[in-house]
Design a protein around this ligand. Structure first.
Ligand SMILES: NC(=O)C1=CN([C@@H]2O[C@H](COP(=O)(O)OP(=O)(O)OC[C@H]3O[C@@H](n4cnc5c(N)ncnc54)[C@H](OP(=O)(O)O)[C@@H]3O)[C@@H](O)[C@H]2O)C=CC1
Ligand SMILES: CC(=O)C(=O)O
Ligand SMILES: [Mg+2]
Length: 583
């Protein structure tokens, strides 16, 4: 994909020249060649030396590494993105393993907690980080969207993808209100880096519907609406107004629901999934990514795949979403009926094992997996539940730091030759256990993936370095979004989500398999996203929902992969591309 803006000619049209000079996308500062500087009257406005892209990147990396804290690094990167967007993405793509944790989990968690304190220092005035939609603005939605379009560097490049949150459950950090904006911003940066979505066409949205976290309401620097959240009736009506306005302004936009509280996440998905071009990342994206890691874990565990018993600690949108997705694995791959497959799952929450006769009123999303075969048995503590269930796999999605403690891990190791332990809660401080403790307390036998990346572990007394898996939906949503924006299906079907998971599981190369990895290395994320995008397109064609004519003509996986590759945006890497070839 080229970066070209087709008209008008920036050397002849004064307004276009001014626009180019002030654009954080076009004007890349110290690398702009001297003939372009002269034509655009930039001589003297930058030092006379002309940088190479390599030097420009080296300087920026040097500054990044000089920052003392990860939050300072986050702020530097946000400022860089908002002032020299292409340099930011060049750096990110060239240093994915170093920078991803700084723009995404874990650092984005600290940034969200501090968002109201740092926001004014992330972008120049007038350049929006995203669109803030306050409950008070529901009658002005058209104006809000128009303002956003007019503030864009290239108003004709309308958004094709949005990540939308109401900040009510940000990672495992709780209700952060308007501070949650950091999450859509971070997710969309990964869409660009990992799958080549055009950064000019991404739209982060934060629904500023108040917060129930009093410490924010009492913080005089808090920048959101200072009131408690609305009741359900008002909430659903407000979201509905936003959905209608959003799709009125951007009819083909692909919508990712993110980090809504579980009480609302399931209902929003079922309300909109058939008629809007949308999906829920925490339910479906996480479901797909963990299914993929589970498929690869099952191959490493010396257990008949049909004998697995899976215990979830945490039964919110992520826990239930992942359990449903894993259930499909037993139905599709092993021919189980849904009822039989369901019996392989036990879910526990803050009150213990979820059973039908526990004595409390279960939230709707927990009813499906509530056990009925417990003969009155209830268990409160995790250890008790493990003794009762005897799981082969323990999956943490409860955001309780360290809850997979020494006793829990040792019990999993007693029960299993290769226990599967996935502490998936984010950010790092919320993980149910660390990789080091999982290795230590299972005699290094654990099959492991966590939501936020842990460092590698050297097995004591040996040279062996073990690399932990990162089971994070970032391996799925970028490729899913790329495939969806290409195929333009009427809706995202369950079979498309399943196909994405299978494709991710199958994307390990020989080296990754030799190292017993559960997920591909992050450095290959663009290749992997091409595979996931192809799987989405192929399945959309099979399901008869793909609307895009080009995709409908491209029938083979290789042709679809090529199409995905050709449509991936790349930051400029050649000087001649700084001024577009059509001028
Ligand atoms: N790795 C990844 O890609 C992803 C990770 N996540 C992570 O998953 C976590 C949960 O997200 P989500 O499901 O939406 O959140 P919710 O807050 O909706 O769910 C949390 C669940 O954990 C349970 N819980 C809370 N405290 C305890 C406890 N002490 N013991 C046992 N269970 C407890 C809650 O119980 P109760 O229902 O009784 O309140 C609830 O069922 C977050 O940390 C999030 O970052 C989410 C999406 C993707
Ligand atoms: C990764 C993610 O989506 C979450 O933790 O909510
Ligand atoms: Mg999320």
């Amino acid at each position: 994909m080229t970066n070209s803006r087709h008209s008008p000619n920036i050397f002849e049209d004064e307004e276009a020249a001014r626009h180019w000079v002030h654009s954080s996308f076009d004007n890349q500062g110290t690398v702009v060649p001297s003939d372009v500087r002269d034509k655009l009257h930039l001589r003297g406005l930058v030092p006379s030396g002309i940088d190479s892209f390599e030097n420009q990147e080296e300087r920026a990396m040097e500054q990044l590494r000089l920052k003392k804290t990860d939050l300072e690094k986050y702020m530097f990167l946000a400022w860089l993105k908002n002032t020299n967007l292409q340099l930011f993405y060049r750096m990110l793509l060239d240093n994915l393993e170093e920078i991803t944790p700084l723009i995404y989990t874990p650092t984005v968690g600290s940034a969200c907690l501090q968002y109201s304190h740092i926001l004014p220092f992330l972008a120049p005035p007038g350049q929006p980080d995203g669109l803030f939609i306050s409950l008070k603005d529901l009658d002005n939605l058209d104006e809000l969207f128009r303002n956003y379009i007019e503030a864009l560097p290239e108003p004709e490049l309308t958004p094709q993808i949005t990540v939308i949150t109401d900040g009510s459950r940000i990672l495992g950090l709780g209700d952060l209100g308007v501070n949650g904006m950091g999450i859509p911003v971070g997710k969309l940066q990964l869409y660009v880096a990992a799958a080549g979505l055009d950064p000019r066409r991404t739209l982060p949205i934060c629904l500023d519907f108040g917060t129930n976290t009093d410490r924010f309401l009492e913080d005089k620097l808090y920048l959101g609406l200072r009131q408690h959240r609305p009741d359900d009736e008002q909430f659903f009506a407000a979201v509905d107004k936003v959905m209608k306005a959003l799709t009125r302004h951007f009819p083909n936009i692909f919508i990712q629901f993110e980090d809504f509280s579980s009480e609302h996440a399931f209902d929003l998905l079922s309300k909109y999934r058939d008629d809007y071009f949308c999906f829920n990342d925490d339910i479906q994206g996480t479901g797909a990514v963990i299914l993929s890691g589970f498929i690869n874990a099952v191959q490493q565990a010396p257990v008949d795949p049909r004998e697995h018993r899976i215990l979830f600690h945490g039964a919110g949108s992520a826990g239930v979403g992942v359990a449903k997705q894993l259930m499909d694995y037993f139905v599709i791959e092993h021919g189980y009926s849904e009822e039989e497959a369901k019996k392989k799952f036990w879910l526990s929450d803050s009150k213990g094992l979820i059973t039908k006769d526990r004595g409390d009123r279960l939230a709707q999303h927990k009813v499906f997996f509530a056990r009925e075969d417990n003969d009155g048995h209830q268990s409160k503590s995790l250890l008790e539940t493990i003794d009762y269930v005897k799981p082969t796999a323990l999956i943490g999605l409860c955001a309780q730091s360290g809850v997979f403690d020494e006793a829990v891990l040792k019990r999993m190791a007693e029960l299993n030759e290769r226990p599967i332990v996935f502490p998936l809660s984010n950010p790092l401080d919320n993980a149910e256990c660390t990789f080091a403790s999982a290795m230590k307390h299972t005699d290094n036998r654990v099959i492991f993936a966590s939501g936020t990346a842990f460092p590698s572990y050297q097995v004591p007394g040996t040279d062996e370095i073990r690399v932990p898996g990162q089971g994070n939906n970032m391996y799925i949503f970028p490729g899913l979004g790329l495939g969806a924006t290409l195929a333009k299906p009427k809706c995202i079907t369950d079979t498309m989500i399943y196909a994405a998971a299978k494709s991710l599981a199958g994307s390990l190369n020989d080296d990754e398999k030799a190292h017993n990895l559960l997920y591909p290395r992050l450095t290959r994320i663009r290749e992997v996203s091409v595979d996931v995008a192809e799987a989405i397109c192929t399945q959309a064609l099979k399901d008869g929902v793909a609307k895009d004519d080009v995709v409908r003509r491209l029938k083979t996986p290789e042709a679809l992969r090529e199409h995905a590759r050709e449509n991936m945006w790349e930051p400029t890497r050649k000087t001649e591309d700084i001024v577009h070839s059509n001028l």
